[in-house]
Design a protein around this ligand. Sequence first.
Ligand SMILES: Cc1cc2nc3c(=O)[nH]c(=O)nc-3n(C[C@H](O)[C@H](O)[C@H](O)COP(=O)(O)OP(=O)(O)OC[C@H]3O[C@@H](n4cnc5c(N)ncnc54)[C@H](O)[C@@H]3O)c2cc1C
Length: 359
Amino acid sequence: MSWADKLRNAIALGTSPLIRGLLDYEGAMGDIRALDRVSFAAWFRRHGGSEGSLAKLWNPIAYALGFIDTENISARCMLTIFQMFATKTEASKLNLLKGSPDTYLHGPIVKYLTDRGTKIHTRCPVREVRFEGDRVTGLTVYQDGQETTITADAYVAACDVPGVQRLLPAAWRQHPEFDNIYQLSAVPVATVQLRFDGWVTEFNPAHQKQTAATGLDNLLYTADAEFSCFTDLALSSPADYYREGEGSLLQAVLTPGDPFIAMPQEQIVERVLAQVHELFPSARSLQLRWSNVVKLAQSLYREAPGMDVYRPNQRTPIANFFLAGSYTQQDYIDSMEGATLSGRRCAQAIAQVYRPALN
Ligand SMILES: Cc1cc2nc3c(=O)[nH]c(=O)nc-3n(C[C@H](O)[C@H](O)[C@H](O)COP(=O)(O)OP(=O)(O)OC[C@H]3O[C@@H](n4cnc5c(N)ncnc54)[C@H](O)[C@@H]3O)c2cc1C
């Protein structure tokens, strides 16, 4: 970015609600929520921000956060994140897990729950929500090749957007709270993994073939490739991804994902490899040993301008049926943090109904 871009960036941020947020968090959040109908790009230009900053800085950030660019992401969504980064210092660290999420993220949560008697059933989709009047009477689930019915005091649907749209009974669309959910959509994304025989982000060729992992050890962003953010997992998340005798395991997130959903895997790998070589010319001598592409036609909730009003509350018009999931009402972007916040709000909603004395 040029100095002029940086100066105009400072002016835009200096006149944003973030400054108020340093002293009055909730007041600033009110200002930020009111900006949902505006795209971040429109808001930024209005505050003096430059095209250079949008292209070089803010688009890669928007792509990394919501898989869409600054013209398509709401100002509310972006400013909420910066407000949290500015005021909650523990939230402003970029980092990766020591190893696979299954072990280092889900593992401890699953242990905590199962130690307390929780039973978790996977590969067990809910096929139908049964109801009478304004109460759910049971869930039809598919398990081990057969359908069974589960009954409970309270039911929580913690789905993604396409999942909840399929799950809700059609008759419930008479309630605007449920009907609004069908206004929401999800964005496509593709991720690529590339394993090399040396260290891609190590600039010193003399160290590129060494055994110990070396290079840039964090999540990386770029405005100059079709992948907005990437990392060398062998370096940044070594417990499961470093393999002696092998080198970098680059993981790159392709955004916007739309063009890649129909593209053959070999073509995607070829394009990404060419762009890796452009970013890291010293890696051209390394051999690609293995590659993989994962495509998700519907992933995150699309944080487009004006969509916030359609996000449902965790408490619904059905007395014993609750919603959770990142797409439900909560301030943070669709993320693990957003999903957690939605879960807390859902737990509060359930407590309000079943344990009003606790509130
Ligand atoms: C490529 C990629 C990278 C990401 N990186 C990060 C990151 O670095 N940090 C971060 O914080 N977030 C990241 N995210 C976002 C994060 O994964 C999501 O925001 C988070 O998983 C949302 O959690 P959730 O519980 O709301 O929904 P989900 O995790 O989508 O869970 C919803 C679940 O409901 C299930 N479901 C739907 N319908 C039914 C049904 N009828 N019966 C039973 N189950 C059903 C689905 O199968 C799904 O498992 C990333 C997402 C992607 C796609």
